[in-house]
Design a binder for this molecule. Sequence first.
Ligand SMILES: [Zn+2]
Length: 141
Amino acid sequence: MQLSHEDDLLRDHPAIFRKLRPRFSDGERFECGAGWKAIISNLATDLARIALEADVEPPAIVMVKEKVGSLRVYLERPTSEIFEPAIDAAHDQSLVICELCGAPGARVESAHYAQVRCGRCAGASREQEPALAYRRPRSDD
Ligand SMILES: [Zn+2]
């Protein structure tokens, strides 16, 4: 994911992403397209809320990646099962959201890959990220 998008997520959810380290020499932490940014942000919000309600420490996400065409998020172990439904929901949402731009999409499979793409992004790779259809809400808190 482009680092400018990653910076938004890290800034908005510092507790949840406190253990998420760069995976590549360019500093990239999120191994997926920015079209899933909203899903990841909403998941971080949900995890923090669930932890607060259960009166436990916020979980730490240690890996976020696209795998076989869907969003996989891994928490630091040991992990309480109270967070599993939110993780599963984010995975399911990623199956119908274009990984590159955030527009409604569908799973595209071939012998070599599986991806979720909208009609406009069909055939594009993660290295060719288009402008996001998703716009971050203006909040300025
Ligand atoms: Zn798209």
